[in-house]
Design a protein around this ligand. Structure first.
Ligand code: ADP
Ligand code: MG
Length: 409
């Protein structure tokens, strides 16, 4: 980083961009933070013959990153041959496995003939051995033929895109077949879901063989590690208070940490400083808002759009984002009341904003919030997990929230 004894801030600016990567899953073990429990569960499934795993959680919590790190791992000293398939809506059972076998390069070792002859190493692709209209049995046969050379891990990412039940059902059958035959190959299914039920048809039949790994929001400690690991790479520091603010703004979502980490560190780099201070947070938040996923920005815009002067759509939405939630992210009208009062200075009763809540769950306001339950017992939840932190930061940037309010979110 030093050039003629003077720091090269331009180079550092670029390095920040490859360290904090909001748009890209982590691929680098050194930058991967936390998730010890989940990594252990998945590697247990890999090392134990007959077990397979499913990794599920919200969008943006780090599923793809975790599966990337898995595939780079050496488990119990053994090399792992891995392949990763990203599923498309149009995939069927056979196309999924064709993709898998295309990627799977398996090393073969042929012992040398005679004394002193070296073993011959080669690679083989199994794609060409896959019959048309392949069945779970065909998959088992092919995997059995190579699994003695090394342990195999096959990852199917974005499995939630496959909505054809017959396809996910066949995948469950395959897992069962592999498990029953004790083949040394592990399937890891990865997808956006609240539970395994919605991801794999008929998963009860394979329950015994399937390690279910839920990936929740990250803990404050894990989010802190992302910041620390990133800043260590940049040889930068951050004031303790600003670090806590970043953690709280992230709301357990590593995407947000990366987005903020990028813009906040660049704000300091722009001023040729290696320590991140409060003013960098102000600037970083503003810049992060601009780069936020377009889909989130568009839905938010639609939700608060109104031609009525003095309308309170933005205030109510902000109060929703600040409202206390249960473990599943749901809040109630009652829990919106106090942040609305804090934000607007007025004590609105529930009927005066009930209609706003209702409209937020309708098409004309972008269905930004989903509403469940019955009259008087409605519960609400933001459809996209990225919406809450966006609204909070936008509220701050628009002057509706103070710094103190921010840390409470
Ligand atoms: N364990 C982690 N450590 C550091 N950064 C992470 C971690 N998990 C996820 N991220 C970051 O969070 C963002 C979303 O991660 P990703 O793996 O794409 O999530 P998902 O696949 O669940 O949508 C990416 O910017 C990624 O770099
Ligand atoms: Mg992903």
């Amino acid at each position: 980083m030093f050039m003629n004894n003077k720091l090269d801030f331009e180079q550092l600016y670029a390095l920040a961009g490859s360290t904090f990567t909001p748009g890209t899953p982590v691929n680098d073990r050194d930058l991967f933070a936390g998730r010890i429990d989940q990594l252990r569960k998945v590697s247990d499934a890999v090392t134990q013959v007959g077990y397979h795993a499913v990794l599920f959680g919200d969008r943006g919590v780090g599923k793809t990153s975790l599966s990337n790190v898995m595939s780079a791992m050496q488990i119990a000293g053994r090399t792992l041959s891995t392949c990763k398939v990203t599923c498309d809506a149009g995939d069927n059972f056979e196309s999924l496995w064709r993709k898998a076998f295309q990627e799977l390069s398996v090393y073969t070792i042929e012992p040398g003939f005679g004394f002193g002859q070296a073993d011959r190493m080669g690679t083989t692709s199994l794609e060409f051995n896959l019959p048309d209209k392949s069945s779970p049995n065909d998959i088992k046969r092919l995997l059995a033929s190579i699994s003695s050379a090394s342990d195999i891990l096959i990852i199917f990412d974005e499995f939630d895109r496959i909505t054809t039940k017959s396809v996910t059902g066949l995948m469950a059958d395959t897992i069962k077949t592999l498990s029953d035959a004790a083949i040394k190959a592990t399937i890891l299914i990865v997808g956006v879901a609240e539970s395994v039920d919605s991801l794999i048809e008929n998963h009860a039949s394979v329950e015994r063989a399937l390690v279910q790994v839920a990936l929740p929001r990250m803990s404050k400690n894990e989010i802190g590690q992302i910041i620390d690991k990133g800043l260590t790479r940049l040889s930068m520091k951050i004031q303790a208070k600003s670090r806590l603010e970043l953690i709280s703004l992230s709301q357990g979502l590593p995407y947000v940490t990366h987005l903020l980490g990028l813009h906040v560190s660049r704000a300091a780099i722009d001023e040729e400083r290696l320590e991140i201070k409060e003013q960098d947070l102000d600037k970083g938040i503003k810049n992060a808002l601009e780069q936020w996923q377009q889909s989130v920005k568009a839905v938010h815009y639609k939700a608060v759009l109104s031609s009525q002067p003095g309308n309170i759509f933005q205030q109510v939405l902000l109060a929703c984002a600040m409202a206390e939630t249960d473990d599943f992210g749901y809040f109630t009208a009652t829990s919106v009341k106090s942040p609305l009062k804090a934000g607007s200075g007025k004590d609105y009763d529930i009927p005066s904003f009930a209609n706003h809540l209702k409209e937020f769950s309708e098409l004309k306001r972008g269905e930004i919030i989903e509403r469940v339950g019955q009259t008087r017992r409605f519960r609400y939840r933001f459809v996209s997990p990225l919406m809450r932190p966006y609204i909070v930061m936008k509220g701050f940037s628009d002057g509706l929230l103070s710094r103190e309010d921010l840390s409470l979110s």
